[in-house]
Each structure stands twice: as C-alpha cells, then as structure tokens.
Design a protein. Structure first.
Length: 457
C-alpha cells in the first residue's frame, strides 16, 4: 500500500532545458503522445462504465432481475462516481496523473471481471459501486494533463477533442459488450471489456507522464509565449498546494465554481434523461418500434461528438477563450429543441433523428465547456479538484434523471417529462447569463490582464 501511495506522488521537477530547438521538439513530441494516450485511455474507461447498460437485457433474462434492481445498480454507480470525481480531483491535484489514470483503469477492469463472477444483486452492488469509484480517477487525470500541457488560447480545442472520447467510447462499448453478451453470455460482456481495460491501463503506465516541468520543460504558457500574470509565482512553486488551500481558497469560496456546478446539474438532467429515457419516450408516445427508437437516439451521441468539437473550437476562436457565452447560447437553443421534440410528428423518422442529433449537439457542448471553465477559473494546481467538484453536481443531476424523473412520468405522463427538460435548459441559461463576460477567476478579471504575449528577449 505504501508503494502505491509513493507511486502516486507527483514526479519531481528536473532542471529546465535551455536549447530552444530541443524544447520545441520535446514539447511537440510529448504533447501529441500525452493527447493520444489520454484519448485512448478515457475511451476505454467507457468500456467498463457502460458495459452494464448493454448487457442488461441478457442479465435480466438469465437472472430475472427487475427494472427496479437494474435501476438501483445504475443509480448506485452514478452516486459513487459523482462522489469519487470530487474526492479524486483533490487527490489528483497532489498526484502523478500518469499513474493515477492508469491505475484507475486497471482497477475498473478488475471490478468488471469480479462483477461477472457473481449472480446476487448484493455482490453486483459492491463491485459496480467500486467500479464507479475508480471511474472517478479518469477525467481528473485528463484535466491535470490538459491544463498543464496546453495553453489557454488553444485549450478549448484540445479539451474538446479529448472530450470526444466520451462519445467514441459510448459507441464502441455498444458493440463490444452487446456482441460478447449475445454470443458468449452476459458474463463475457463484462469480462472482455475488463480484460481490455487492464491491458490498456498497463499501456498507459508507459505512455503518460506528469507535468512538463518533470521532463525539464518550461510551463506551457512560457513555451507558447503566453504569460498568465497571476500564475508566474504559482508555476515556480514546485510543491502541490495543501488540500485545505485547494478547497477553501480556490474552490469552495469561488462563486464562479458554484455557478458552474449549478449549471452542470441541469445540463446532466437533460443529457441523462434524453439518453436513458429517449427510446422509451419515442416508443410509447410516438409509436416507434424499439429498433427505430434506438436508432433515433443513437444520433444523440453523433450530434454530441460534433457539438463538443464546435464548442471547444468556437470558444477559442469566436470568444477569445471565454467559455460561458457558448454555454448560454447552447442552453438557450436547447429550450426550443426540446419543445420541437414534443411537437414533431412521429412519422418523420429522419427529422426526429436530426432533432435528436441537434439536442446532442446543444447538450454535449456546454457539458464539455462547464468542466473546462471550472478548471480555468482556479489555479492550475487546483484544476482537477474544481473539475471534480462540479462533476459531483453533474452526477447528482444524472441521479435525478433516473428514478425521480421516472416517477414523474408515471404520475403525470410524458408531457411533464418534456416540461421538466425545458425548465432545466431555461434554468441553466438563466444561471450562466450573469457571468457571460467572465473569462477566468474574479481576481484576474478585476485586477490583472489575463493573458498577454510575452515580448521576445
């Protein structure tokens, strides 16, 4: 256990390189290597997180699990994952993301394998809850890498590109888990993703590294000739911030982080509701066959893929690094997209698919930007904690979109379901609108210019 703790310690900073050509060459190599490693690693996190979703028909048929028991397991993962995102964010800010991300993926693979060895709901709950806990080790590590290896003027583009691993992983796991379960039984729908993730976790141990300074490179702002004035002293300090300082100086008293957390809650209610309840909504209300309903909802991920890319690139290029304006515009557009989801005639299969893709485009963009903004509104040494904190609220929203929203549909019908989602989109817009012009934390906006190009020489 002591060896594991020591392994997670941040890598020591090494003497900074002085040759500009060597720095440029080394930075380019490691930025590309860090990126594709993170992308593949987080894609595989989705294989163990979503495998249960696609084996439930086979699991239910074999063991006779009720919808309530299946819903309980799904909700329990959301709860443990949400708690873990906050706790893991704190830990990751004081850890080496190389080992943090790799070990988390290995542990989720082990949990999947153990899940497949049992047949009782009690044991399923234990290992699915543990899976949720170790799932929380993935994105905080990505957050730390993205904030240290990519500068603010380009970070939206890199962050959004990395975030498409969510949708790519969601697409891949549908085939891996479902086909394994269909041909070899539901246990293999858990075993195969678990084994694959253990292998990829071991690969990440070789591929990833800690912050640039651990390789003798200057901070990325210095490399890109962008100086963030309030972080010069912060970057020169080689020690991680104390937990108390991270929490109470940078996160819990930061009003912008709380605003982002509230908006994340409402975004995730909509995202989870459309993703989880969309097929049933189309089947029961619009009269679609289960296959047609599933085909329509699959466009949610496709629209989300492009929404993530557009949001990151747009916030960098159109709003000069401001993330909130695109969140507000997307949330506002989502109001009308959800109204259209109610009024669209059922016979328009193609139009329904395109509308679901539009909803995905408008949901996944702000979802990605909230996490990015939360990391940028605090010190880089508290980025993972801030991202994990707002992520905890996101999965509270996901939990609300499960059993509570299901009961609302049971009592008041599908019309109220759409009304709830419209209200969530409108509330998200209203919550974010007052901070439209904020680019970073209040201390930067009010006291110092955020970024200026360094003068050569």
């Amino acid at each position: 256990m002591i060896n594991v703790v020591n392994l997670l310690k941040p890598a020591p900073h090494t003497p900074e390189l002085t040759d500009p050509k060597l720095i440029d060459k080394t930075y380019k190599y490691w930025r590309l290597r860090i990126f594709y490693s993170m992308y593949i690693g987080y894609l595989f996190y989705y294989l163990t997180r979503k495998s249960f979703t696609f084996i439930t028909p086979f699991l239910s048929a074999d063991l006779g699990l009720t919808k309530g028991e299946i819903g309980w397991l799904a909700s329990f993962l959301s709860i443990t994952y949400g708690i873990s995102k906050f706790a893991s964010g704190i830990l990751c800010d004081r850890s080496n993301p190389r080992y943090f991300m790799a070990m988390g993926l290995i542990f989720t693979g082990i949990c999947n394998i153990f899940f497949g060895l049992f047949t009782s709901v009690f044991m399923f709950t234990i290992f699915w809850g543990l899976n949720g806990f170790f799932q929380g080790w993935g994105w905080p590590a990505c957050t730390k890498q993205l904030t240290h290896w990519y500068s603010r003027s380009e970070r939206g583009t890199w962050w959004s590109a990395c975030s498409t691993s969510h949708t790519a992983g969601g697409f891949v796991v549908a085939y891996v888990a479902a086909y394994c379960a269909k041909w070899y039984g539901w246990r293999f729908g858990m075993f195969i993703p678990g084994i694959l993730c253990i292998g990829v976790g071991c690969w990440l141990l070789n591929r990833l590294r800690d912050v640039p300074q651990s390789l003798g490179l200057p901070p990325v702002e210095k490399f890109k000739k962008e100086v963030i004035l309030d972080q010069i002293e912060d970057e020169e300090d080689k020690e991680p911030l104390p937990v108390k300082q991270i929490l109470f100086k940078h996160v819990l008293i930061n009003k912008y982080v709380w605003v982002l957390a509230a908006s994340y809650f409402f975004v995730y209610v909509v995202r989870t509701a459309v993703n989880d309840w969309g097929p049933l909504y189309l089947a029961e209300l619009k009269g679609y066959s289960p296959l047609s309903a599933a085909a329509c909802v699959s466009w949610f991920e496709i629209g989300g893929f492009f929404g993530i890319l557009a949001a990151g690139w747009g916030s960098d290029c159109w709003f000069e690094g401001k993330r909130v304006p695109l969140m507000v515009l997307s949330s506002f557009g989502l109001i009308f997209a959800m109204i259209g989801f109610w009024y669209l005639e059922p016979q328009h299969l193609i139009m329904t698919s395109l509308l679901v893709a539009t909803i995905g485009f408008l949901v996944f963009g702000p979802q990605m930007l909230v996490g990015l903004a939360a990391a940028e509104f605090v010190s880089k040494k508290a980025a993972s904690t801030s991202n994990g904190f707002v992520g905890c609220f996101a999965y509270l929203g996901a939990a609300v979109a499960g059993y509570p929203l299901g009961k609302i549909v049971d009592v008041w019908g599908w019309y109220t379901f759409v009304v709830v989602l419209v209200v969530c989109a409108a509330t998200c817009t209203a919550v974010l609108l007052p901070i439209w012009s904020v680019k970073r934390g209040s201390e930067v906006e009010e006291e110092t210019p955020l970024i200026h190009k360094a003068v050569p020489g």
